[in-house]
Design a protein around this ligand. Structure first.
Ligand code: IPE
Ligand code: IPE
Ligand code: MG
Length: 251
């Protein structure tokens, strides 16, 4: 693993990594266990990946922990996921402080159980002055819901004359998203072999590099993260331009 880490070019580390942590249920099923067993082990991967990001200098890590669509899962699974969130926030506060991590949350946070909201608010408050890495948890998050809210909030401002219709541009939209304080995503990772976005950060991944791996989330550890970063570093991000323009930055 040290070897993998040594291969990473420190000058080209993605600033913002977003991860769709998928495959907990299938991982557990393969082991003949209940789905929640997979979710519990998934928390360990979260810790490893946070540490890996802090190790190589990633500034922003955004994790898809619970989607708006996940409310439609069996009641018991939803309940277990919510209690796991509460216990993990309590337990991982140490990891956050040790690694100088600032916690942030996006999504319809008011729809979470009171206890989860309280634990979340506390952890956010306690870590607010940390500076190494901003860890954003997407909880009850849905990109379409986020965009609908943006449109409503901007429209309200226009109606109230706080904003002129002509002033609406990409920056204004960015500033109204849950992710207003985060840069665009550079690298989006999805585990478990599924190759879809499942309503995650649709606006924010406009120019992200996508990385799909068959590894189930509970098996995803630091070295898997380093492999994804190395893959990212072998790509050429052209942003619509041509290779020659990228090679000669004065063009
Ligand atoms: C991801 O794993 C965790 C959440 C969506 C909360 P899954 O629970 O989706 O696991 P699979 O995809 O069914 O294996
Ligand atoms: C996406 O995984 C949501 C999270 C990882 C939190 P899902 O397992 O819910 O996605 P689909 O339903 O397979 O697209
Ligand atoms: Mg899944």
């Amino acid at each position: 693993m040290e070897n993998l880490k040594a291969q990473i070019n420190k000058n080209n580390v993605p600033d913002h990594i977003a991860i769709i942590m998928d495959g907990n249920g299938r991982w557990a099923k393969l082991k003949g266990k209940q789905r929640v067993f997979g979710h519990k082990h998934g928390v360990e991967s979260v810790r490893k990946v946070i540490e890996g990001c802090a190790d190589i200098g990633v500034k922003y890590l955004t994790l898809y922990a619970f989607s708006t669509e996940n409310w439609n899962r069996p009641k018991l699974e939803v309940k277990t996921l919510m209690s796991l969130l509460v216990s993990s926030l309590k337990k991982e506060l140490k990891t956050f402080q040790k690694n100088n991590i600032k916690l942030n949350a996006i999504g319809n946070i008011q729809s979470l159980p009171e206890k989860a909201q309280k634990e979340l608010a506390e952890a956010i408050e306690k870590t607010k002055n940390n500076t190494t890495l901003t860890l954003t948890l997407a909880l009850s998050y849905g990109s379409r819901e986020e965009i609908v809210n943006v449109i409503k909030n901007i429209s309200k401002k226009v109606v109230n004359n706080e904003l002129q219709f002509e002033e609406i541009n990409e920056n204004i939209i960015n500033n109204h998203l849950y992710t207003f304080s985060l840069p665009d995503v550079d690298l989006m990772i999805r585990t478990s072999g599924e190759q879809r976005i499942s309503n995650f950060l649709l606006w924010q991944i406009a120019y992200a590099e996508l990385y799909f791996t068959d590894t189930f989330w509970p098996d995803f550890k630091k070295e898997n993260l380093f492999k994804a970063v190395l893959d990212y570093q072998n790509r050429e991000r052209r942003f619509g331009k041509i290779t020659e323009q990228i090679e000669n930055i004065n063009e």
